[in-house]
Design a protein around this ligand. Structure first.
Ligand code: ADP
Ligand code: MG
Length: 279
């Protein structure tokens, strides 16, 4: 559904993307994970036609993003990283403008707006100006807007950044529902647990390159099932073990304060990059 081949993007001083190759299958929820500045937004902006690549190709449902721009754009909806709704206009009016941009006839448009308002559970706010909504509600309006023209692919750029944990989980449920209804989802995040919870496959991006790509479970299994953390002079040192027994045996050989836990995706990221993903 999404095919990326040798994609690069150079800004004046920065090589933001250094050659990305990636296939995302139909119906997949794919997470593109990396620290701030690793190139996540740049990739999404290129795929959705907001920015041109320096070199390389990309296809959305078979349509080339540069040679068949209009068809490619119709395949996708975008929820950008920053809130770009019209704050003075109501929820309804924001969705209506998007429908007009996609040349949806008036009747179809108003029916679709009602459908989307209920879908993201914000119908009771249809006449509220955006400026009076909470952060979580604004995100839901952005998602409704992106889905107005029934795209096959939904791009979500850091959809839960700045939201509190409860609202974040609500957005996760909505994202899962959208996938269950048949959409392909490409999600960027620097919240590792978000990717671990939602995604079938994840790519780890670091300084414009994909450094690991697989199912979350496979990536974690390669490291080991159990992690033992030890604080040494204020720094955390972690060792990985295939079995709980192995982890326990390791602890018995050590002195100091140690704790054992399951391996998570953050361990994978730290072990492949030597960095923490949280900015
Ligand atoms: P992410 O979304 O992963 O945080 P970005 O894709 O926004 O990362 O940025 C990747 C790199 O490209 C960063 O070093 C950033 O400073 C740089 N960059 C992004 N957009 C521009 C731009 N318009 N002009 C110059 N540099 C840019
Ligand atoms: Mg970004």
């Amino acid at each position: 559904m999404i095919r990326i081949e040798g994609l690069t993007k150079h800004f004046k001083k920065v090589q933001a993307l250094k050659g990305i190759d990636l296939h995302v299958m139909e119906g997949e929820l794919f997470a593109y994970l990396g620290p701030n500045g690793s190139g996540k937004t740049t990739t999404i902006r290129i795929l959705t036609g907001l920015s041109k690549p320096t070199s390389g190709d990309a296809y959305l449902h078979g349509f080339h993003i540069l040679r068949e721009t209009l068809q490619a754009k119709r395949q996708c909806g975008l929820v950008p990283q920053s809130i770009n709704l019209d704050h003075e206009l109501t929820v309804y009016e924001n969705l209506n403008i998007h429908g007009k941009l996609f040349q949806m006839p008036r009747r179809v448009r108003s029916e679709r707006i009602e459908e989307m308002l209920h879908y993201v559970d914000i119908a009771d706010r249809r006449s509220t100006p955006i400026k009076h909504l909470s952060g979580g509600m604004k995100r839901r309006v952005m998602i409704a807007r992106a889905l107005m023209h029934a795209p096959k692919i939904l791009f979500l750029d850091e959809p839960t950044v700045g939201l509190d944990p409860k609202i974040r989980r609500r957005i996760w449920s909505l994202v899962k529902k959208i996938q269950q209804n048949g959409s392909t989802i490409f999600l960027t995040t620097h919240y590792i647990e978000e990717a671990e919870f939602l995604a079938q496959r994840v790519a780890f991006l670091d300084e414009g390159r994909i450094i690991a790509l697989d199912k979350p479970q496979n990536l974690m299994d390669r490291l080991g099932k159990w992690a033992v953390d030890k604080i040494v002079e204020g720094e955390m040192e972690t060792t990985y073990h295939a079995s709980r027994e192995g982890a326990n045996a390791h602890i018995l050989r050590q002195v100091g304060s140690l704790s054992v836990r399951r391996v998570n995706l953050e361990d994978v990221f730290i072990s492949v990059t030597g960095k923490k993903v949280q900015p």
